[in-house]
Design a protein around this ligand. Structure first.
Ligand code: ARG
Ligand code: ASP
Length: 726
């Protein structure tokens, strides 16, 4: 849908077909069709002009300088890349940060045991001293972000292939060396737009991040997997951490004497609420989108790639669920793994449906026809064969991608013993390639980290996962010629045998091999039956699967880069943004409901009433704690309710993706009004095809966050350090 304003034919078609929902649900500023300026993940250092004007049209008062400034404090100084995968924001002058419950989930789980079950009961630190350190966790702030495309491409005009790549590499190295940064800062030069552009990003990476507070999962994960990716939603998906710095307010690793970080800017929190049509801006670190793929790529995702990935994950979820329901210990051990496997399983299902329903393939084809026509007319020979080359390459790329998907899902995602085998395989390679000293160092580190692995490992669960997934792998690629039933039984027997005889399935066992007094731990590793089994597959992955995939992938990447360049050249008025790549971005839209199906309309806000409507006593997804029920019954909502109702979640048209979780939602003046945590199912295809009619992001209302901290947890000390505005 994002192309609709630059391609006349498509423009008419789309705008006509979208007007109906548009007019009926939204009060727009002036008479502009604001769906036209929604979607897009923009670069914060380049908002001046066009984006600034769009922000204004949507009702925002923020200038480009207020959002991003390297001379003065600006909103960007409050935006945190949380532990590499999520976003968080600073909400006090003592480095207090707000992110999602599901982003802090691993940390909360790591501090939990059956005796102190913070996942179930929540956690609220009494004071600074009681905040819990999280070794390895990071929180990064962006100092600056500059377009260095010209410098990266300097003197490369007549180069191609390997030569071009090497010249780019060396330009990047030189640029890194030339750029002056402070000793505590880090520098990154990243490709954007599939390598058509480059940005130099300076950041400060804080390494002492402590857990401050988390609601019980019955609030933070209310609705769990049933409600995940859905609307209407009723989840208090938030948790609180704090950035600690050294005495000079600079990044440092954990030290008892570190102090709360003093930020350049923190976000005030608005308590007067949101309504339909209000301006919203989401500021964060979206991970990955592929908005400019050709139609054939989308077709393959819908019809080939997603279905098999969904099938594999489904198999593993059924098994985990069976054990988790029986045993409370397994439930804690596997809850994080289950949630993360279920998450994309469900997303892929919604994505497949959304791409189908919105006719993404057909719409992309219309664009491609237009593109080819213009290319031919203007005789732009460099773009002449892009589309036909895509058609030639994609069938092959899809096969290779699928084979790789199977390996990754089984060896790196779903079967823990195989993931461990993969790590041990790497360890052996360190020995082969870097020598004994490096091996010793890696080995010690691995043994250190591996404790948490065993804490959450159950042999029976894993054995069944192994048997079932290897059976599916085998069935797909038919390594053995057996009946389906025979194949199933064969893998159960193999699993039984391997899991009974392997030594790596306990910490003591692995430690015995690696640190026992035998002289050749590597030889012993190789003798382990499970490793011997896994190594064959891993070796095949490295020797065959992956190189073959990369070979085709590099060709399609090159085409894609050229295609994007061509699109921009052929349609110069196209509203174009570079795909998400885990860098800081701004996206804006409005609070707005939607029509998921004919005859149905979703309101944009939910309330505590809805939590009570969904309440199922004792259920692992929909239970509600007594305390919340009491507060509900007595309507003890503090100052956070509106017309006697406590707001919980809301949706808007902000274009977000994975990584945007925990991102602040800002109002027209830059105050925090919500916390992004999800998208609606009908619109998860927005990673490939954003459609303002149906794509919505889901946010926790800031007032629900405040209510839970203040009234539910009684953590007044945290409210006191925030700045609330009306
Ligand atoms: N779907 C959201 C995202 O992709 C939230 C996931 C966390 N919640 C859950 N129930 N698994 O990350
Ligand atoms: N839930 C996602 C995240 O964790 C956000 C999304 O995909 O919309 O980043």
């Amino acid at each position: 849908m994002k192309f609709k304003f630059f391609i006349p034919i498509l423009f008419l078609f789309v705008v006509l077909s979208s007007c109906k929902t548009q007019q009926s649900t939204v009060a727009t500023p002036a008479s502009t069709d604001v769906t036209q300026i929604q979607g897009g993940m923009w670069i914060p250092s380049e908002l001046k002009g066009k984006n600034e004007a769009e922000i204004k049209m949507l009702g925002g008062n923020l200038t480009a300088e207020a959002i991003y400034n390297t001379e003065k404090p600006s909103i960007k100084d409050a935006i945190v890349h949380f532990d590499g995968g999520c976003t968080a924001e600073i909400i006090s002058d003592k480095g207090l940060i707000l992110t999602n419950h599901h982003c802090g989930y691993d940390a909360i789980q790591q501090h939990s045991s059956v005796a102190h079950d913070y996942l179930t009961d929540g956690f609220w630190s009494e004071n600074l001293n009681a905040e819990l350190p999280n070794p390895g966790m990071t929180a990064s702030l962006i100092v600056s972000m500059d377009n260095v495309t010209d410098k990266v491409f300097a003197n490369t005009k007549n180069l191609q292939g390997e030569e071009l790549n090497n010249a780019i590499k060396s330009n990047i190295e030189n640029l890194k060396k030339e750029t002056k940064i402070e000793p505590w800062q880090e520098i990154q030069i990243k490709p954007f737009s599939n390598g058509n552009e480059y940005y130099l990003i300076v950041s400060e990476v804080f390494k002492d991040i402590r857990l401050v507070g988390a609601p019980p999962s019955s609030i933070g994960k209310f609705g769990a997997d049933t409600d995940n990716w859905m609307w209407p939603r009723h989840s208090g998906d938030f948790s609180l951490f704090r950035i600690y710095a050294d005495a000079d307010n600079r990044p440092a690793t954990y030290n008892e004497n570190n102090v709360p970080y003093k930020p350049k800017h923190f976000l005030p929190i608005k308590t007067s609420g949101v309504e339909t049509g209000d301006f919203t801006m989401v500021f964060g670190f979206p991970g990955r989108t592929d908005e400019y793929l050709p139609a054939i790529a989308i077709d393959k995702i819908v019809n080939k790639l997603n279905p098999d990935k969904i099938k594999l994950r489904e198999a593993s979820l059924v098994i985990m669920d069976k054990y988790m329901r029986k045993d409370p210990k397994i439930k804690i051990q596997y809850s994080s793994k289950y949630a993360s496997i279920a998450n994309y399983w469900k997303k892929w299902i919604g994505e497949t449906q959304g791409l189908t329903k919105t006719n993404a393939v057909a719409k992309k084809k219309v664009l491609e026809t237009d593109f080819q026509k213009m290319v031919n007319e203007k005789n732009l020979t460099q773009y002449q064969n892009i589309l036909s080359d895509f058609e030639k390459l994609y069938p092959e790329l899809t096969d290779k991608t699928q084979a790789r998907d199977y390996f990754i899902e089984i060896f790196l995602r779903n079967v823990d013993a195989l993931t461990l085998a993969f790590q041990l395989y790497q360890l052996q390679r360190v020995n082969d390639n870097q020598g004994v000293a490096a091996f010793q160092k890696e080995k010690d580190q691995l043994m250190d980290n591996i404790k948490t692995f065993y804490k959450d490992f159950n042999k029976d669960v894993d054995e069944e996962l192994f048997a079932q997934l290897m059976y599916l792998y085998d069935a797909k690629y038919a390594r053995t010629k057996l009946s389906d039933e025979g194949r199933k039984i064969q893998w159960q027997n193999i699993a039984k045998e391997l899991y009974a005889n392997s030594k790596i399935l306990t910490y003591e066992g692995l430690n015995g091999i690696l640190n026992g007094n035998n002289k050749s731990p590597l030889a012993d590793l190789n003798k382990d039956p499970l490793l011997a089994f896994a190594n064959e597959y891993i070796k095949k992955f490295y020797d065959e699967l992956n190189p073959k995939y990369l070979e085709v992938k590099s060709q399609t990447d090159e085409l894609q880069k050229n295609y994007i360049k061509g699109l921009k050249e052929v349609f110069p008025n196209m509203r174009y943004f570079p795909d998400a790549n885990s860098t800081l971005r701004v996206t804006y839209g409005q609070v707005k409901g939607y029509e998921p199906r004919d005859g149905m309309r979703y309101e944009p806000n939910t309330h505590l009433e809805g939590v009570m409507e969904k309440y199922i006593p004792g259920d692992y997804e929909f239970d509600v704690s007594e305390r919340l029920i009491d507060l509900y019954k007595t309507k003890d909502f503090g100052t956070y309710a509106e017309n006697g109702k406590l707001p919980v979640n809301f949706v808007g048209t902000n274009h977000t993706t994975g990584g945007n979780s925990g991102s602040p939602v800002l109002d027209a003046d830059g105050n925090l009004i919500g916390l992004n945590f999800d998208r609606v199912w009908e619109g998860t295809m927005s990673d490939y095809f954003y459609d303002a009619n149906i794509c919505r992001n889901v946010m926790v209302d800031a007032r629900y966050v405040l209510f839970v901290i203040d009234k539910y947890a009684g953590a007044q000390r945290l409210i006191d350090e925030m700045k609330l505005v009306n």
